[in-house]
Design a protein around this ligand. Structure first.
Ligand SMILES: [Zn+2]
Length: 253
């Protein structure tokens, strides 16, 4: 089976989630991690997980949503994170790519508090680190984080080496299917046992659907492209990615 380790199903808008997941199952996708970005989507993720057997959830406040979270955010997230199908704290992190995003002085403290939450609950963290990979790695290390997934990784080879050095995992999205993605060399640097894949639905649809609204079924296109680039059989890659996923997300069963 393929596993979509990161999808924002709550951002798909008005649509039939059951039909979207049926389509994913037909594309041999067995698990989809529905991922929150704030408290509202965190509750939505938990609800979706209750209704759909193939879903697992990650809940957290993203670097774009750190301004004025509800006063109860920490307790709200904690209550969701103890549910059996909520398997990680995420997505959380820092993003330094755009001055219109919340300042790093607000992003970083929220990132640190959520990392300590992950640590206290013994859960992995799903990390967004665009334009600030090295800093994110240092913050994770200082927070004593041993289990982390750097999702939709697009950082430099140096940043990738630092992620791998720390024992963390990397997830690649549909960007790997884009011409000139700059990720082909990075792909060869990722140890086979630290790799995961994702769609980041509804964003970053892979070729040949670039520009369309992404969906979990298309994680298969990401996986098949990676298998092609690595010269591996699709089944071999699926098995390794599933093993990696279950090792990192121990609660996923
Ligand atoms: Zn995301």
């Amino acid at each position: 089976m393929w596993i979509d380790s990161h999808a924002h199903l709550g951002d798909l808008g008005d649509h039939d989630l059951a039909a979207t997941l049926r389509e994913a199952a037909e594309a041999e996708v067995g698990i989809v991690v529905s991922t929150a970005t704030d408290c509202t989507t965190a509750y939505l993720v938990a609800q979706q997980c209750d209704r759909h057997p193939m879903l697992r959830g990650a809940v957290g406040i993203s670097p774009f949503d750190v301004i004025d979270p509800p006063a109860t955010w920490y307790d709200d997230l904690t209550a969701l994170l103890v549910r059996p199908k909520i398997i990680a704290v995420g997505e959380i992190g820092i993003d330094a790519t755009n001055p219109r995003y919340p300042p790093l002085s607000l992003q970083q403290p929220m990132f640190e508090k959520q990392l300590s939450l992950a640590r206290s609950l013994g859960l992995p963290a799903v990390i967004h680190s665009r334009g600030a990979e090295k800093r994110a790695i240092d913050i994770c290390r200082s927070a004593g984080i041993t289990d982390a997934l750097f999702h939709c990784f697009t950082g430099s080879r140096e940043a990738l080496a630092a992620v791998i050095d720390r024992g963390y995992y990397v997830s690649l999205s549909g960007i790997i299917t884009f011409k000139n993605s700059g990720l082909h060399d990075s792909l060869r640097d990722i140890p086979f046992d630290r790799l995961l894949i994702e769609t980041d639905t509804p964003y970053l649809a892979p070729v040949p659907h670039r520009g369309e609204k992404n969906r979990p079924a298309w994680v298969r296109l990401v996986g098949e492209e990676i298998a092609r680039l690595l010269g591996k059989e699709s089944e071999e890659l699926q098995e390794q990615l599933e093993e990696n996923f279950r090792r990192l997300f121990g609660k996923a069963v």
